[in-house]
Design a protein around this ligand. Structure first.
Ligand code: SF4
Ligand code: SF4
Length: 436
């Protein structure tokens, strides 16, 4: 694709990068075939190619974003399915990240939307505020249907209340900053990103990760200064809060690297994993560039760490069939596709994959709160395909997907909970059958 940025525009590193990305697109349109929003809406402007043209025009002209660009970029899930499909290697992720930042900085959204985005950006990354807000939402949940009107604000409020879980697990002391010692001889040492929303919604995921890794002889460090990975605000185009969150993590983990050393930084929420693996790019022009690149090199999904250290089950086969839901951030963002299925098979489960496994479930960070109608259609489509597998349960590697798919007939658990169970841990809540 030809571009016409001025020399002055290209002095900005983000614009220079977007220019490079735009020039790799040959506008063949193959990406449209696997884009969930194009599949649902059938509008070229809701396809990757259409969005690329909108972004190109907006950035080239160096003008503030308009409602048109904001609408179509906001509808993008950042699922990155288009990157898997693209034969030309277009880095849509970095392009849309730049576009979201430009929109956030130059477009004035209607005030209810601004207020909602400000609240989400403040509450979601803070586990204490998030827990409080979920307790509030629990009280409001029965009244969701009483919220009047068909405005987007009313729909978003209803979606938020519907997504709030009916009950919350207690805070887990295992997730507090500490060192979990390896059982037996130490074979490795890793830092664990305990996350923000995940540690409130489902502490069992971190508990299973810590149990399994320490049982395998791996010391697990939870550093005091780590927090949200920054993905939630990054995907809202809020550059400064995202960088501040990432910077705190980079400092915390770099201190560990310089101290006793780390074999990996373990991440069990693939949405966070995609972002931490991108810290090197995000900080390429910052003073922390070298540390950020090192952190990105060390960042691994929990399944990668389990494969590296040789996961081995110890229980009898459970006689259960698992429908594996491949989170977009894992399959498209990190290109991890076969590994979770191989580990589940090794653990003794029969693994089935649903049709349209490459299509997003509609979770996508705050997407199911900000775009509730599209997210609900994608959820329905995903659950229909998962149910067709006739599995006993669903396994996924991302808390966002787990929350989005919960509430249907099939229980949804994290892959690592199943792997921990089969290696001597407790049976995950909701899994059918006898305890192993
Ligand atoms: S598939 Fe790649 S090269 Fe083709 S239009 Fe889409 S982004 Fe551009
Ligand atoms: S990231 Fe997903 S929703 Fe966005 S353009 Fe690409 S395929 Fe479509």
């Amino acid at each position: 694709m030809q571009t016409s940025f001025t020399a002055e525009q290209l002095r900005d590193p983000d614009t220079a990068e977007s220019n490079r990305i735009l020039r790799t697109c040959v506008h063949c349109g193959m990406c449209t075939a696997t884009c969930p929003t194009f599949l649902l809406l059938g509008d070229e402007l809701d396809s990757p190619r259409g969005r690329i043209y909108l972004i190109k025009d907006m950035l080239e002209q160096g003008r503030p974003a308009t409602e048109l660009e904001a609408r179509h970029v906001d509808r993008c899930l950042s699922c990155l399915s288009c990157m898997t499909t693209c034969p030309s290697g277009v880095n849509y992720m970095h392009l849309v990240d730049h576009a979201r930042r430009h929109i956030e900085e130059t477009y004035q959204r209607p005030w209810p939307e601004r207020a909602l985005r400000a609240v989400l950006a403040r509450v979601l990354p803070d586990p204490r505020l998030f827990r409080l807000s979920l307790l509030g939402a629990r009280i409001g949940r029965p009244f969701a249907k009483l919220i009047p009107g068909q405005s987007m604000t009313a729909k978003r409020l209803r979606a938020m209340l519907a997504l709030a879980p009916a009950s919350l697990p207690p805070a887990s002391p295992m997730q507090a900053p500490q060192v979990h010692r390896a059982e037996g001889a130490r074979r490795g040492r890793v830092a664990l990103l305990t996350g923000c929303a995940q540690k409130v919604l489902n502490p069992a995921i971190n508990e299973a990760t810590i149990r399994l890794l320490t049982r395998m002889g791996i010391e697990v460090v939870i550093t005091a200064e780590q927090g949200c990975c920054g993905a939630l605000t990054h995907h809202m185009g809020q550059h400064d809060p995202a960088m501040a969150a990432a910077r705190a993590n980079i400092r915390a983990w770099s201190r560990e690297v310089a101290g006793e050393g780390l074999d990996a930084i373990v991440i069990n929420a693939s949405g966070c994993g995609t972002t931490v693996k991108d810290y090197g790019f995000m900080f390429r022009t910052e003073t922390e560039a070298a540390d950020a690149a090192r952190v990105s090199e060390l960042a691994m999904d929990v399944t990668e760490v389990l494969a590296k250290f040789g996961y081995a089950p110890t229980r009898e086969k459970p006689g259960l069939t698992v429908a594996y839901h491949s989170a977009c951030s894992l399959q498209h963002g990190q290109k991890i596709t076969a590994l979770p299925k191989q580990l589940l098979t090794k653990a003794g489960f029969t693994v089935r994959e649903p049709a349209e496994a490459h299509i997003c479930c509609g979770s996508a960070g705050t997407y199911n709160l900000m775009q509730p109608e599209i997210a609900a259609k994608l959820r329905e489509r995903k659950l229909a395909n998962l149910n067709l597998t006739q599995a006993d349960l669903i396994a996924a590697g991302n808390i966002g997907c787990m929350t989005q798919l919960a509430g249907d007939a099939l229980p949804v658990v994290h892959t690592v909970e199943l792997l921990d169970w089969m290696a001597g841990g407790p049976k995950p809540a909701g899994v059918p059958g006898n305890p192993g």
